[in-house]
Write a protein that binds this ligand. Structure first.
Ligand code: ARG
Length: 455
């Protein structure tokens, strides 16, 4: 491809370090699509004869059919997917294949292919997020009234509903979705026609290729076009945050599935056994979702470090841009699907959750709030009084609701029998009706609004 000025070919080792075909063959569809748009544009601009363009377009279709059927051959000496396809084209149509590369360079070619790929990847992830959001909504709806302990510091804080807890993840995923949408919109510009770095003297029509490939417009600066990988970083940064959310949910499933918690049992579909301990039901899939998020973060770091020291325009370091993005995408899609599967098929244990929610004096805040509301006690003082009640309950090893009224009145005479109405976990949850709060009626409203936004 570039042998004109060289005496001998590159050494085996040079070929080995230079070749990217094993990774970038994944771009074959995008490469053929972009080449067809380029050839048609060259023809329409009078740069390529109709006959040559016809042969090139037919040859590219034939290659697509071959790859679809047999996969992409990996020949190290052909370096990358661009040379692999061009070489095959020459085998099929002869020397006219050499005209396809007019007014183009592999630099704008790879930038275009990769952008097309990442744009599609954004759409795939958005689909995966939608599926996950549906599962979250379904399980939240079934559990709008299921009481569980709400935690801070992993200490029991106040009772909440499971539906409310799951809707918190729905919020995260909704933000993730908007990050992928924004990334996709920002990358909606076509670098094809920037050529090696400076543009070209041929009378090409970059608007035609941009619109043929479904981009909103061509990129504005040819140097930026071949040197920019922001679109890949935007994708990765959205992927990092999304995987971080999935990792947190996976961690919750792991904790909840642990027998001392016993809040849920994972389905057989998403559990593994132990080869030595017959009683084990391990949450491997959740652990791998948690683990994969680390690799996705590593992918983002890898590409940032690759890019940060590069002067304009193209440098071969940038060939290393694809592996981390491909890896991150595969891991993210798998994580989304596996987590949705786990959540959709696990069995919650409402009894265990309710019992845990009642422990840890989780309605102490309700007692303090009652004193403020019914006896006009300043909150700080009410907090102190409640602390004494908790201490008394602790000494008797009972719940706040089980303390005799006489004892409560000894602690503070302003307490009367009505206080017991607020000391149960049900009453506590029902009372949290502020906007965004955990009361079942609020949770149902949130579910309805979220459903409307999905449909
Ligand atoms: N395989 C290369 C890559 O992925 C294609 C671009 C090569 N350009 C060049 N001037 N060597 O980056």
């Amino acid at each position: 491809m570039w042998g004109g000025r060289f005496g001998a070919g590159p050494s085996k080792l040079m070929q080995q370090i230079n070749a990217s075909i094993s990774v970038d063959k994944r771009l074959w569809r995008q490469d053929i699509r972009a080449s067809k748009a380029h050839a048609a544009m060259l023809r329409d601009c009078g740069i390529l004869s109709t006959a040559d363009a016809g042969a090139i377009l037919a040859g590219l279709d034939q290659i697509a059919a071959e790859y679809e059927r047999d996969g992409v051959p990996e020949r190290l000496e052909l370096e990358d997917i661009h040379m692999t396809i061009e070489t095959r084209l020459a085998e099929i149509i002869g020397p006219a294949a050499g005209r396809l590369h007019t007014a183009r360079s592999r630099n704008d070619q790879v930038a275009t292919d990769f952008r097309l790929w990442v744009r599609e990847a954004c759409s795939e992830v958005i689909g995966g997020i939608e599926a996950m959001r549906r599962v979250l909504l379904d399980v939240a709806e079934e559990n709008a009234e299921t009481i569980m302990p709400g935690f801070t510091h992993l200490q029991i804080a106040q009772p909440v509903t499971l539906g409310h807890h799951l809707l918190a993840y729905l919020e995260m995923l909704t933000r993730d979705r908007s990050r992928f949408l924004a990334a996709r919109e920002r990358m909606d510009e076509c670098p094809l026609g920037a050529a090696a770095l400076a543009g070209t003297g041929f009378p090409i029509d970059r608007h035609q290729t941009a619109s043929a490939l479904g981009f909103a417009r061509p990129t504005a600066n040819s140097l930026d076009s071949v040197s920019d990988r922001d679109f890949a970083l935007d994708y990765l940064s959205a992927a990092v945050q999304c995987s971080l959310h999935l990792s947190r949910l996976a961690e919750e499933l792991i904790i909840w599935a642990s027998p001392p918690f016993g809040f849920l049992i994972l389905s057989d579909d998403f559990s593994t056994g132990s080869s030595i301990m017959p009683q084990k039901r391990n949450p491997d899939a959740a652990e791998l979702v948690r683990g994969h998020s680390g690799r996705i973060m590593g992918a983002m770091t890898s590409l940032m470090v690759t890019m940060k020291g590069l002067p304009l325009a193209y440098a071969k370091d940038m060939q290393d841009d694809k592996a981390p993005v491909f890896e991150a995408h595969d891991l993210l899609m798998l994580s989304l699907a596996a987590l949705a599967g786990m959540l959709g098929t696990c069995q919650f244990n409402p009894k265990r959750m309710r019992a845990a929610a009642a422990g840890g004096f989780s309605t102490a805040t309700d007692l303090a709030d009652w004193l403020v509301r019914e006896a006009d006690v300043p909150f700080r003082e009410a907090h102190h009084v409640t602390g004494q009640a908790v201490k008394a309950a602790e000494e008797r090893a009972c719940d706040l609701a089980d303390l005799p009224l006489s004892l409560l009145q000894e602690i503070d005479p302003r307490i009367d029998a009505r206080v017991f109405e607020v000391l149960t976990v049900e009453a506590s949850v029902r009372s949290r009706t502020s906007y965004g709060g955990t009361a079942p009626e609020r949770v149902r409203e949130q579910i309805e609004a979220a459903r409307a936004s999905l449909d």
